[in-house]
Design a binder for this molecule. Structure first.
Ligand code: PLP
Length: 413
């Protein structure tokens, strides 16, 4: 970074401070993670300068032999890791991957069924302002009011009533395992295609902790940078008979030339995800979330669905007399970074919701385990219970800094 520092001190300084922020704070954003130094090197490689429009063996540019090798390798590894018949690794992001799935699977105006955004769904699953909501005719299912689990009876009833062409399973703020096989049954019964968007939990699937949807879903889309711990990007897995449609939907459907340096990073992360160490990582992510949930519950906090099966926890802070935003601010002041989040049946407006969401993927990548989760859980309980106690905040802020020092981020290892 010496060159950047002298040539462009403004950019260098912001990057430097961001690195420090990631090192000196507890990153508990459920969708964030730390890539390995090897992934980072791949993303910083000269592949970023390669124009490689098209697909391996049929590019529109000369000079793509090494790009071809890398993209083929990434696809092969993804097929092997998830047991998928076909993979496209070109989507620039999870949202781009989803756009391509729509383009391949349905026509404008077709009926699509997805999880309600206020119950944990993603904006690409039919939000009014998103192209999905503007283009397709959406109906949404939700979670049950009593246990906050996906209401499968409602999914089946809506499917019978509205005859969707496509059913989407997958979520951004749902702390339980998604029942893929039940969705597959419902889709089969109503003649819909099943699309699983595993953006959040792809790493748990790769690590064998959650059910792998690839063998039973028509389409599976994912981000590569969340629990999967790769570079920022997206990916689509599908059945062989959809291969051509999906490839055409990604390019030229919604994208131009691929980000070959990011695809190199995806190839590296997919190889990492096949290692036994990654299975341990994925299990530890879930064990850590369960441990943290236990401490929050014993501290009297109210958890959506009463706990977690995955990498995230959603806390309803309204019984504490504070808002999600206040909770976010109190914790952030002490070096604990999490995000306010809407909760099912939220009584507050969506822009100022009652919940806060915690994730364990990034902390687990730093090597933290159950005893650190107990410590962090106790800090969270104390801070949220005494939001105005400045001495407490100062003491915990210092302890958070010490904990961060003891667990370096992967790029420092
Ligand atoms: C994060 C997420 C996406 C989109 O990912 P980006 O890479 O941020 O575009 C899509 N679907 C779900 C369910 C997600 O959680």
């Amino acid at each position: 970074m010496r060159l950047l520092r002298s040539q462009d001190p403004e950019v260098w300084s912001a990057i430097e401070q961001e690195g420090r922020r990631q090192r000196d704070r507890l990153v508990m954003i459920a969708s964030e993670n730390y890539v390995s130094p090897a992934v980072l090197q791949a993303v910083q490689s000269p592949l970023g300068d390669t124009a490689a429009r098209g697909y391996p063996g049929r590019r529109e540019h000369a000079g793509c032999q090494f790009a071809d090798a890398i993209e083929s390798l990434a696809c092969r590894r993804a097929r092997q890791l998830f047991g998928a018949e076909h993979v496209n690794v070109q989507p620039h992001s999870g949202a781009q991957a989803n756009l391509a799935v729509y383009l391949a699977a349905v026509q404008p105006g077709d009926v699509v069924l997805g999880l309600d955004l206020s119950n944990g769904g993603h904006l690409t699953h039919g939000m009014q302002l998103n192209i999905s909501g503007k283009t397709y005719h959406f109906f949404h299912y939700g979670v049950r009011p009593d246990n906050h689990r996906i209401d499968l009876d409602q999914v089946a009833a809506l499917a019978r009533q509205h005859r969707p062409k496509l059913i989407i399973a997958g979520a951004s703020a749902y702390p339980r395992e998604i029942p893929h096989p039940r969705f597959a049954e419902i889709a089969r019964d109503c003649g819909a295609k099943l699309w699983v968007d595993m953006a959040h939990y792809a790493g748990l699937v790769a690590g064998g902790v959650h059910h792998n949807p690839a063998p039973i879903a028509d389409y599976v889309s994912t981000s590569t940078h969340k629990t999967l711990r790769g570079p920022r990007g997206g990916m689509i897995l599908c059945k062989a008979h959809y291969a051509e449609q999906i490839d055409e939907a990604v390019f030229p459907g919604v994208q131009g030339s691929p980000l070959m340096h990011v695809i190199a990073g995806k190839a590296v992360c997919l190889a990492e995800a096949m290692q036994p160490a990654f299975r341990q990582y994925a299990q530890q992510v879930v064990d850590n979330a369960k441990q943290l949930a236990d401490v929050l519950l014993s501290g009297g906090l109210s958890l959506v669905s009463g706990g977690t099966d995955n990498h995230l926890i959603l806390v309803d802070v309204s019984p504490l007399g504070i808002s999600g935003q206040q909770a976010e601010t109190i914790l952030d002041r002490c070096g604990i970074t999490a995000n306010k989040n809407v909760i099912p049946y939220d009584r507050r407006p969506r822009t100022d919701p009652s919940g806060i969401r915690f994730g364990t993927p990034a902390l687990t990548s730093r090597g933290m385990g159950p005893s650190q989760m107990q410590q962090i859980g106790r800090w969270i309980v104390s801070l949220l219970r005494s939001p105005d106690d400045q001495n407490l905040a100062r003491r915990i802020g210092g302890e958070v800094a010490e904990l961060c020092q003891a667990f370096p981020v992967p790029s420092d290892c």
